[in-house]
Design a protein around this ligand. Structure first.
Ligand code: FE2
Length: 352
């Protein structure tokens, strides 16, 4: 299955044209997925997934162990949410899987998910990483943290209390790289900053990044490679992009600094999933979620070097090397409900 680089948008700001495009992309992807699984009489569940990192491996393992086939469809979180709404009771999907807690919150708010009462999930996934009403569950964690060139900066240069706010210090002028404002990664980070500091204080922080002439790029890999090439000294990216570079080149010359460890902790988001209200195979869908949160944690997380949510599961050795870290509590409601404010804030600050 070809990988699709997805454009992240939240549903309430999705213009019509990209949605149409996404529908076509989604249909074109459905065909090979159906062909791959067609003709089999086993039980089948269907996953609409905004997460596109090596899912095949996890689903194949699950099918082998459980006898339950998994068909899946990739799209962006927001496009798939729109599709689920449009399909209503006729949706073939059983599970909605996302790369953002805010989108899970939106799906629950729109009454698209059903509560799953599962002692297995309760035990496997810590409380802060699942819905208090059991409508969705986190399956892996990604951290958005400081990356730096160790020849140009060192850990003591960063504000250990609030490393995100600290990047507005004039000492970083001309030395920062950043991700485009329309990335869901930036939107949820800024939503959390609004939740933590209030709109005006968060606005001042982002204005500080802009005043420091942050060079903006459309993907995290380019940001890391720009640090490597000396184009900037410091940036925020998701931790697994550095892990991928290190997997290819153990001497990749960029280092990770765990942000805000003397304060609220590093900004973390989850990949997670919920069972759709209109699923016609709830029991098997629940089995898949339980498997992904337990036996399947490494199959799910390691392909993308993400951190397991299950405390009994070890992260892959590469990210274990990054060391342990404290993370700011994931407030899915804040990520979801403050998304529009986060977009406005970046625009007001002149952060593009
Ligand atoms: Fe990513």
């Amino acid at each position: 299955m070809a990988r699709v680089e997805i454009v992240f948008r939240k549903s309430h700001r999705l213009p019509f044209a990209p949605r149409t495009w996404a529908l076509l992309a989604v249909l074109s992807l459905l065909v090979p997925a159906l062909v791959a699984c067609g003709g089999d009489k086993k039980e089948t569940i269907r996953v609409y997934s905004g997460r596109h990192y090596d899912l095949e491996k996890a689903f194949t393992e699950f099918a082998k162990e459980s006898g339950i086939n998994v068909e899946f469809l990739y799209g962006s979180d927001a496009d798939l949410l729109e599709r689920i709404k449009a399909e209503g009771e006729d949706t073939p999907a059983d599970i909605y899987m996302t790369v953002d807690a805010g989108n899970l919150w939106l799906a629950a708010k729109d009454d698209l998910l059903q509560p799953i009462s599962s002692p297995v999930l309760d035990k496997a996934v810590p409380e802060g990483l699942r819905d208090p009403q059991d409508r969705w569950v986190g399956l892996s964690m990604r951290a958005r943290t400081v990356m730096y060139n160790p020849a140009k900066a060192q850990p003591s240069d960063f504000d250990a209390k609030d490393s995100y706010a600290g990047l507005d210090d004039p000492k970083w002028k001309g030395r920062l790289c950043g991700r485009t404002a329309d990335s869901s990664y930036m939107e949820s980070l800024v939503a959390q900053m609004i939740d933590q500091h209030g709109y005006d204080n968060a606005l001042n922080i982002v204005k500080g990044w802009v005043a420091n002439d942050t060079k903006i790029f459309g993907d995290d890999v380019t940001i890391l490679n720009t640090i490597k090439a000396g184009g900037c000294d410091v940036a925020l990216t998701n931790h697994y992009y550095l892990a991928r570079q290190l997997a290819d080149d153990p001497n990749y010359p960029v280092k990770l600094y765990w942000a805000s460890q003397d304060g609220d902790g590093v900004h973390v988001n989850i990949s997670g999933a919920g069972v759709l209200k209109n699923s016609d195979n709830v029991a098997d869908a629940q089995k898949l979620l339980e498997w992904l949160a337990t036996t399947g944690q490494n199959a799910f997380c390691d392909g993308n070097h993400e951190f397991p949510v299950n405390p009994e599961v070890q992260p892959d050795p590469l990210i274990k090397n990054f060391g342990t870290f404290k993370f700011a509590p994931i407030n899915a409601e804040a990520y979801g409900s403050l998304n529009a404010q986060a977009i406005k804030l970046m625009s007001d600050a002149g952060y593009r």
